[in-house]
Design a protein around this ligand. Structure first.
Ligand SMILES: [Cu+2]
Length: 328
């Protein structure tokens, strides 16, 4: 057998240089087009910035770490691709099978990652300490989770205001089996409540989170924070919505807490400090009026601290004002 002939017959004919270059340029152009589409879609794919001091801090760290990852990827893949191209077999490269150890290489690939990790850990630790620092709060509110609703009790300057926040009637009716109501016609389906939590913007609001039955979790994505509500424990959380971001923000219980876990949304109405002061005054006036009358009359949603009864099957049996329930 003529080995030389066999070898020659199995070698693929070399592609002309021009064809390879054209193909590489085509791939590069395609990646640029994909890149520009990706850049347009990036804000939608990326983590939301949120509206609080903490959410902005968290977003900043997220972006810093992302760019560190991009730089690492570019460096590692760049070296890898360069090595693949430069030392390819077709160019006659021969693998070095003698090198089994390099102290210099090991020191380098240990020190560089350590420096990168420490550089990322410093701002991350600073932000984590800031997240846990609930001192100097301008307003404190106790948040208690129940199966399946939230109770908000204001302390300090707004003390006396306390109400339950339960799934809105429109969502509750639509979610019943065979209700005949198309959920798509219900505004903010399963994300609306009768009495939202009301807080001022530009003020550090401390939330004391606990539970009266099982473990729940208070979570509003736009605030960048989440805390477990655990019976017998008080977890702290703080929120400072940046001025100019007043509005309604929605969240959900983030702990699987039982049958109606999906039906205890969180809605926060962020008002300017002036509007918040007006709201507090209105609530206190309503409280004063309610204390003068033995049985409080039902008032408009969002206006009076009269809680709704629990939501869910059997709710009709206990659909009475909060005051009446406490007196029972
Ligand atoms: Cu829950």
């Amino acid at each position: 057998m003529n080995l030389n002939r066999l070898t020659v017959n199995h070698i693929r004919p070399a592609r002309p240089r021009g064809a390879v270059l054209r193909r590489a340029l085509g791939l590069f152009a395609a990646s640029l087009i994909a890149g520009s589409t990706g850049a347009q879609a990036f804000p939608a794919m990326n983590m939301p910035v949120g509206v609080t001091v903490l959410s902005h801090d968290i977003y900043r760290i997220h972006m810093e770490v992302l760019w560190v990852c991009v730089a690492i990827a570019v460096a590692v893949f760049g070296v890898m691709i360069a090595a693949l191209v430069r030392f390819r077999h077709s160019k006659g490269a021969v693998a070095d099978t003698t090198m089994t150890h390099s102290t210099a290489a090991e020191v380098t690939w240990t020190i560089i990652p350590v420096v990168i990790l420490v550089a990322m850990a410093i701002p991350a630790t600073r932000t984590m300490l800031k997240i846990d620092d609930t001192s100097d709060a301008g307003l404190t509110i106790r948040v208690t989770g129940y199966q399946w609703k939230w109770q908000y009790t204001y302390l300090g300057q707004a003390s006396g205001i306390s109400f339950f926040s339960t799934l809105s009637q429109s969502s509750n009716f639509a979610r019943q089996l065979d209700s005949g109501i198309d959920p798509r016609t219900v505004p903010h389906y399963l994300l609306s409540v009768d009495h939202p939590l009301v807080i001022p913007s530009g003020v550090k609001v401390r939330l004391l989170i606990t539970s009266a039955d099982v473990i729940h979790a208070w979570w509003v994505p736009a605030f960048g924070v989440k805390r477990s509500a655990i019976p017998g424990f008080v977890n702290e959380l703080w929120v400072k919505v940046l001025p100019g971001h007043e509005g309604v923000y929605r969240g959900q219980c983030a702990a699987l807490c039982g049958r109606d876990h999906g039906f205890m949304p969180i809605v926060v109405d962020v008002k300017t400090p002036a509007d918040f002061a007006k709201w507090v005054a209105a609530q206190k006036a309503a409280l004063k009026q309610a204390s003068a009358v033995p049985v409080p009359a039902t008032t408009a949603p969002n206006e009076a601290p009269v809680a709704r009864a629990p939501v869910g099957p059997g709710a009709a049996l206990s659909r009475r004002p909060l005051t009446a329930q406490i007196l029972d």
